[in-house]
Design a protein around this ligand. Structure first.
Ligand SMILES: [Zn+2]
Length: 398
C-alpha cells in the first residue's frame, strides 16, 4: 500500500500535463500587421498563446521569420530596408537567404497561396507561392479592391474564401495591413485603431465559422505597436557634431554604419536613446549576419528615430524590443485545447508538422510545446490535493 502510494504521488509530480499537435489537411496563417495585444484579442479559439517576434520588430523580418522558421541571422532580412552605397534600398525577394514555407510546400507537391493587402509584400515574399494575390494582381474571379482601408480589409477576407473555393490550396498565408496603417497614423490606442481591430476580429469570427473544423486557422502578427510622440533625428545630430557615421532608421531602432571613434558615446548621450547594442551582442538578438550594421540603437518609451518633420505621421511605431509580444490564436484540425508560448520561428516548424511535410531544413525554431491554461492547471492541482487527501486517509486507516 505504502509503495503504491509513493509511486502514485511521484507519477503525479513528474508527469507534466502536455498534449501534442496533430495533423491537418489545410492551414491558413493570418498575419495581422502591427496587431498589438493591447488592442486585438479573439475569443473561442481552441489554443491561445503568446508569440515573441524577432528583433528588429519590423514587417519584413517578422513575415520572413514566420515563413522560414529561422532568425534574421540566417535569412538575412534585418529590416524593411538596407543601406548600399549610401542609398536606402528595399529588400527584394532574392535577398531572402532561407527556404520559405512556400518552397517547402511546392517541393511536397502541394499548393501555397499568399494574399496581401500590400503589393510590396506580395512582390517580396508572395512571389515564392504558387499564387500571390494583392490589390495590384489578383485572379479574374475576384472583384476589384477598393482604396478604402475598411473595404480593402473586407476584400482580403473575401479573397480568402473565394480563392479557397476555386484553388483548393493546402496552405494560405494572409497579411492584413489595416492595424499597422492605423497604428502608425492614429496610434495603437486610438479609437480608429480600436474600430479597425473590431472589424478584423469580426471578419476572423466569420471566416472561422465559414471554414469549419477541417481547416486549421492560425492568427498572429509580425510585430506589435507602441505609442510615439517624440523624435530622435539621429542623422542630423551626428552631422551637426561632425561625425561621418551613416544611419538607417528602423522605426524605434536605428542601424549605424561606418561608426568612428566617439560615436558610441555621443549616441548614448542623446535624449531618448535607450540601449546601444554592439556586434558582440548580435548573436543574442539573432541579428549576427554579414550585412549587419556596426551598431544598433534602440529608443526609450515614446521615442522613435525619425527626421523631426516626419514625426506628425507617426503616432505609433515598432522596431524595438518593446513590440515583441504579439497575439497568437489557433483553432481547427490538429490543434489541442491548450495554451502555448512560442517564438515566431516556431510557426513554420509547426505548419510543416501539421501538413506532414518533408522540409530538409534545420529550423531555428521547433514544434511548440503546449500546456494547460493556468486556470485549468489550478483546477488539476485542487483535484490532485483532494485525491492525495483521500489516499492518505485510506493509508492511515489501513
Ligand atoms: Zn508590420
Amino acid at each position: 500500500m505504502k509503495k503504491s502510494l509513493v509511486l502514485l504521488i511521484s507519477l503525479f509530480l513528474i508527469t507534466p500535463v502536455q498534449y501534442e499537435f496533430g495533423h491537418s489537411s489545410q492551414v491558413i496563417l493570418i498575419i495581422l500587421d502591427g496587431a498589438d495585444p493591447s488592442v486585438f484579442a479573439l475569443e473561442g479559439f481552441t489554443l491561445e498563446g503568446e508569440c515573441t517576434s524577432v528583433f528588429p520588430t519590423m514587417t519584413d523580418p517578422g513575415h520572413v521569420s514566420l515563413l522560414t522558421g529561422v532568425y534574421p541571422s540566417r535569412h538575412g532580412i534585418l529590416a524593411n530596408e538596407y543601406l548600399e552605397e549610401e542609398k536606402v534600398r528595399i529588400y527584394s525577394s532574392e535577398k531572402i537567404e532561407a527556404k520559405t514555407l512556400f518552397e517547402i510546400i511546392k517541393e511536397n507537391g502541394k499548393k501555397g497561396v499568399f494574399i496581401s493587402g500590400k503589393g510590396e509584400l506580395a512582390a517580396f515574399i508572395g512571389v515564392k507561392a504558387n499564387l500571390s494575390v494583392s490589390p495590384g494582381s489578383y485572379p479574374v474571379y475576384l472583384s476589384a479592391p477598393s482604396g478604402d482601408p475598411y473595404e480593402l480589409t473586407r476584400w482580403i477576407f473575401e479573397a480568402i474564401t473565394e480563392v479557397n473555393e476555386k484553388e483548393h490550396p493546402d496552405f494560405m498565408c494572409v497579411s492584413v495591413p489595416i492595424l499597422d496603417d492605423f497604428g502608425h497614423q492614429y496610434g495603437p490606442k486610438s479609437k480608429e485603431t480600436k474600430r479597425a481591430a473590431e472589424l478584423v476580429e469580426a471578419l476572423i469570427y466569420s471566416l472561422k465559422n465559414f471554414l469549419g473544423d477541417e481547416t486549421t486557422l492560425i492568427v498572429t502578427a509580425d510585430h506589435g505597436m507602441s505609442p510615439t510622440s517624440k523624435a530622435i533625428p539621429l542623422h542630423v545630430l551626428l552631422r551637426n557634431a561632425d561625425y561621418d557615421a551613416e544611419v538607417l532608421y528602423v522605426g524605434r531602432c536605428a542601424f549605424l554604419y561606418h561608426v568612428e571613434s566617439g560615436v558610441k558615446e555621443f549616441v548614448s548621450d542623446q535624449k531618448g536613446v535607450e540601449e546601444i547594442i554592439e556586434m558582440t551582442e548580435y548573436s543574442v538578438c539573432h541579428v549576427d549576419h554579414r550585412t549587419a550594421p556596426d551598431l544598433i540603437v534602440t529608443a526609450e518609451d515614446g521615442y522613435l528615430f525619425i527626421p523631426e518633420p516626419l514625426l506628425k505621421n507617426y503616432r505609433g511605431m515598432h522596431g524595438s524590443f518593446d513590440e515583441q509580444d504579439v497575439p497568437l490564436y489557433m483553432t481547427g484540425e490538429g490543434i489541442p485545447r491548450m495554451y502555448t508560448e512560442v517564438n515566431q520561428v516556431d510557426i513554420t516548424p509547426l505548419i510543416v508538422h501539421l501538413l506532414n511535410l518533408e522540409s530538409g531544413v534545420t529550423f531555428d525554431g521547433s514544434l511548440p510545446q503546449v500546456k494547460e491554461k493556468e486556470a485549468s492547471s489550478y483546477f488539476v492541482l485542487v483535484l490532485l490535493g483532494i485525491a492525495l487527501y483521500v489516499l492518505f486517509r485510506k493509508f492511515l486507516s489501513s
